[in-house]
Design a protein around this ligand. Structure first.
Ligand code: GLU
Length: 501
C-alpha cells in the first residue's frame, strides 16, 4: 500500500514553528516512501476560527518548500479539504454509529450535566464523567423510549451524539516513536462526536477524514498522544483499520524545561512563527523567521534536526538529502530543545553559499543610497553576518559620516603620530583619480606613502579607521574607502582632524 500522510492544522492563528516541523516530517516521510502528502484544514471549531490563518498556513508551507500533493489549495480526489465544508459526511457517519448501537443521542442540558457532576462529587466518585456507568442515569437515546427520542429530535430540541465507550476494554497500539501505548477504556468518557450546532468534534472529523482520505501514517505532535486511544476506539467502532501513529517529541524551551512558547521567543529575542503575523483582532504583530532573514533551507535543516538526526556526523542537509536519509525510526522520544543559535549557525552557512547577485537581491539599501554600492557592500560584509539585511544594518557609517568617535580608541590611538599619518594619507588619497579609487589601488598608494615617512601603517590604521567610521574595528577598511568614494573619504578625514583636534 502506498504511503499517504497528511498535515491537518487548525486555522486558529499563525502556524507555530512546531507545526512547521510536523509538516516537514510528514513531507520528508511521504517523499522518502514515494507517497503522497495531503493538507487538510481542521476548522470545525468555529469559535476559534481566525481570519487569515489558512492563507498563512499555505504561505508558510510554500515558503519552507513543502509541496502538497492533494488538499486545500491544490485540490484532489477528496475535495473539499476544509472540514467545515464536509459537515454532511460527519453527520452520516455519526448516524451510522447510532444505527449500529455504537453511539447515541444525548439531550442533557448544561444544568443537567452540572447536576450529575455535583451528585457524583457528593457521592465521592473519583472518575466524574459521562461514561458507561453514568450514561444510564442521563437523558439519552439509551434511557428514553424510541418515540420520545424521535419526538425530541423532530421538535428541534438540541442534542449531541456521543460515542458509547466500552466499560472494560484494553486499548493498545504501537506508536512508531513512543512504542507500546496501553490505556484502559474506563479512563475515557463518552466523547461527543457531533455537537449541538451540527459540527463534528475534532475527534470524529479527524478519524472519518483520515479513513476516507486513505491516510496510512498519522505523524503529529506529542500533544495528541492522549487522544490516540480514543481514536483507536473510533476506528474499532467503525470497523476500519487504524493508520500507524508516530507522535513527535515536543519542542522545548531553550533551557529544556517545558514546552516552547511565544513568551520564550520574546525573552530570547527570536521568532516562534515561520512568517510575520498581524493579529486580525488586536493588530499585534508577531515576528516571523522569514522577515527576520532566515533562509527556508536553513529552517528546513534546523527543524529537521529538532527531534531527528541521521546518526552520522553530517549536519548540512538539503531538502533532497533529508528525504534520502529520513526515517521515522530515527526520531527521538525525548523533547528537543529549541536552540536559536543553531538556527543562526545554519543560516550563516546558507548565506555563505549564496552568490553575490542573490545577496544583492535580498538586501535593502537606505533611501537615497546608490544601488551601485550593493555588490560592494555584499563583498564587504558577507563573511561577517548571519542575516542578509545585516550587510546593510551593521555598517551605518557607510551611509552617514560619524557623529561620535569611540572614546577608548580616541584615547589610545589618536595622538600626534596618528594626526601626522592621517595628513599623509589624505595627501596620498588626493592624488588618486576617481577611476582609480579602488581598494587595492588605495592600499598600494597609502601604505608606501606612510612607509616613506617612516610610519608603520599597522600603528596608525586604527586611528584612520576611527576617522572614517568613528569605530575601532569593522570590515575591510580599503573596501570601505572604495565604497565611500574619494570625496567622502577626504571630507571625513578633514572632519576628524577638526573634531578630534
Ligand atoms: N487539527 C489538529 C491540529 O491542529 C490535528 C491533529 C492531528 O494531526 O491529528 O494539530
Amino acid at each position: 500500500m502506498s504511503v499517504r500522510v497528511r498535515f491537518a492544522p487548525s486555522p486558529t492563528g499563525p502556524l507555530h514553528i512546531g507545526g512547521v516541523r510536523t509538516a516537514l516530517y510528514n513531507y520528508l516521510f511521504a517523499r522518502k516512501m514515494g507517497g503522497k502528502m495531503l493538507l487538510r484544514i481542521e476548522d470545525t471549531d468555529q469559535n476559534r476560527f481566525v481570519p487569515g490563518a489558512e492563507e498563512y498556513i499555505l504561505e508558510a508551507l510554500n515558503w519552507i518548500g513543502i509541496k502538497i500533493d492533494e488538499g486545500q489549495g491544490v485540490g484532489g480526489p477528496d475535495v473539499p479539504y476544509r472540514q467545515s465544508e464536509r459537515k454532511e459526511i460527519y453527520r452520516q457517519y455519526s448516524e451510522q454509529l447510532i444505527q449500529e448501537g455504537k453511539a447515541y443521542y444525548a439531550f442533557d442540558t448544561a444544568e443537567e450535566l452540572e447536576e450529575m457532576r455535583k451528585r457524583l462529587e457528593d457521592a465521592k466518585v473519583d472518575n466524574i464523567s459521562y461514561n458507561a456507568v453514568t450514561r444510564m442515569q442521563m437523558k439519552n437515546s439509551l434511557t428514553l423510549s424510541k418515540e420520545e427520542v424521535a419526538s425530541r429530535i423532530a421538535s428541534g430540541e438540541p442534542y449531541v451524539i456521543r460515542l458509547k465507550v466500552p466499560l472494560k476494554e484494553e486499548i493498545r497500539f504501537k506508536d512508531i516513536i513512543r512504542e507500546w501505548v496501553v490505556v484502559h477504556s474506563s479512563t475515557i468518557d463518552d466523547k461527543i462526536l457531533l455537537k449541538s450546532d451540527g459540527m463534528p468534534t475534532y475527534h470524529l472529523a479527524n478519524i472519518v477524514d483520515d479513513h476516507l482520505m486513505g491516510i496510512t501514517h498519522v505523524i503529529r505532535g506529542e500533544e495528541w498522544l492522549p487522544s490516540a486511544p480514543l481514536h483507536i476506539l473510533l476506528y474499532r467502532a467503525f470497523g476500519w483499520q487504524a493508520p500507524e501513529f508516530a507522535h513527535l517529541p515536543l519542542l522545548l524551551k531553550p533551557e529544556g524545561n517545558g514546552k516552547l512558547s511565544k513568551r520564550d521567543g520574546l525573552l530570547g529575542n527570536f521568532p516562534v512563527f515561520p512568517l510575520q503575523w498581524t493579529d486580525p483582532f488586536s493588530g499585534e504583530v508577531a515576528r516571523g523567521f522569514r522577515e527576520d532573514g532566515y533562509f527556508p533551507e536553513a529552517m528546513v535543516n534546523f527543524l529537521a534536526f529538532l527531534g531527528w538526526n541521521p546518526g552520522t556526523e553530517q549536519e548540512i542537509f538539503s531538502m533532497d538529502e533529508l528525504i534520502e536519509s529520513f526515517s521515522l525510526e530515527k526520531i527521538h522520544k525525548a523533547g528537543a530543545r529549541f536552540m536559536i543559535d543553531k538556527a543562526k549557525w545554519f543560516n550563516q552557512h546558507y548565506l555563505k553559499e549564496k552568490t553575490e547577485e542573490e545577496l544583492v537581491q535580498l538586501i535593502q539599501l537606505p533611501t537615497g543610497a546608490s544601488a551601485d554600492i550593493a555588490p560592494k557592500l555584499v563583498r564587504l560584509m558577507r563573511d561577517r553576518v548571519i542575516f542578509p539585511q545585516e550587510i546593510v544594518n551593521e555598517v551605518p557609517f557607510i551611509f552617514e559620516s560619524p557623529a561620535v568617535y569611540d572614546e577608548d580608541i580616541v584615547k589610545s590611538k589618536w595622538n600626534d603620530d596618528a594626526r601626522k599619518a592621517i595628513g599623509i594619507i589624505k595627501e596620498a588619497i588626493q592624488g588618486i583619480s576617481d577611476e582609480q579609487f579602488q581598494a587595492q589601488f588605495i592600499h598600494d598608494t597609502i601604505f608606501p606613502a606612510l612607509e616613506a615617512a617612516a610610519i608603520k601603517p599597522g600603528k596608525v590604521m586604527q586611528a584612520f579607521r576611527l576617522a572614517i567610521t568613528g569605530l575601532g574595528k569593522g570590515p575591510d577598511l580599503m573596501l570601505t574607502l572604495e565604497i565611500l568614494g574619494k570625496q567622502e573619504v577626504i571630507a571625513r578625514i578633514e572632519k576628524a582632524l577638526v573634531t578630534l583636534a
